[in-house]
Design a protein around this ligand. Sequence first.
Ligand code: PEP
Ligand code: MN
Length: 364
Amino acid sequence: MDFQSIYTWIPSGGRPLVIAGPCSAESETQVMQTAHALKEIPRVKVFRAGIWKPRTRPGSFEGVGIAGLSWLMRVKKETGLLTTVEVANPQHVEQALAHGIDILWIGARTVVNPFSVQELAESLSGVDIPVMVKNPLNPDIALWIGAIERFYKNGITKLAAIHRGFYQFEKTSYRNPPQWEIPIELKRRLPGIPVLCDPSHIGGRRNTILPISQQALDLEVDGLMIETHPEPDKAWSDAAQQITPESLKEILDALVIRETSGNLEFERNLEELRHEVDLIDYELIRLLARRMGIAEEMGRYKYAHNITILQLQRWKELFADRIKKGSKAGLDIKFLAALLQLVHEQSIQIQTNVMSGDKEEIKE
Ligand code: PEP
Ligand code: MN
């Protein structure tokens, strides 16, 4: 695939290009107030607003719909900012095009579905509008590339990818952990594709927008998409992550724009290893919690059968067995012995708690 530089289709004062605006268009006043404030920030070239909102559960605010499109026409006319909205089906595309929207983006929940993506791509055949494709919710790079290909095959040449992080079942400090190795790999597999980062949906919090944006820039993204609202706390969607235009300006001023190193291979490998370490740690935590749960159960069982907690012979055998296995696996014996001792002590502690807890109950 042959990609155009993002700066050929979005006139920009340079890297990074910034797209900003509310998660959702809520009212004409909110939209106009945000847009006029953003116009004063030179790096902001494109105004975003969700008109049709994909919500996890029914009953939440699902967007103002077509009414919002005329507010965006007003934004364009009064501020000169380009406009972009999320489209999820051919009707959205038709309405967005009829209202002169400049750029379309495809949301993470739509990109997971090749039927939807194909329909969208076909509805754009012969239309020369830029399309930005967010990563799918799940960390599946082939699905992301597949979506980009579907648009490309239908004649869309002005394409960009937006990295917005990936759903992960384990609770982390991110709303959608970035798994940076994936966007880096995307750049390696699709040379020349413009990539933007959406730190708002990755972090899910105001105070992580700056560090995530900085990391994205250091990994050589072309631009940022940042949710901006005049009164973030009152936002009808994604309130915790939206920032005021004033904070956006402060964040953009604080960003350090470094020369690009071109060493993507190194970054990708490092990020892959970091991600692997994260997953292993989560697994260790899960296993330790399970082991302690079993220790508790054993405590109850021993108590019910009037057996002492510490059974020295069993511990000696277990210890010797684990040291033997660990040493075969190449682990340092001293480290493993200390770890086993710590786990054993905690396990005894839990069983002791069970017994004294039960005694308390009996006393009452
Ligand atoms: C959005 O940009 O407001 C949005 C819904 O994003 P995503 O598709 O990344 O969740
Ligand atoms: Mn949002």
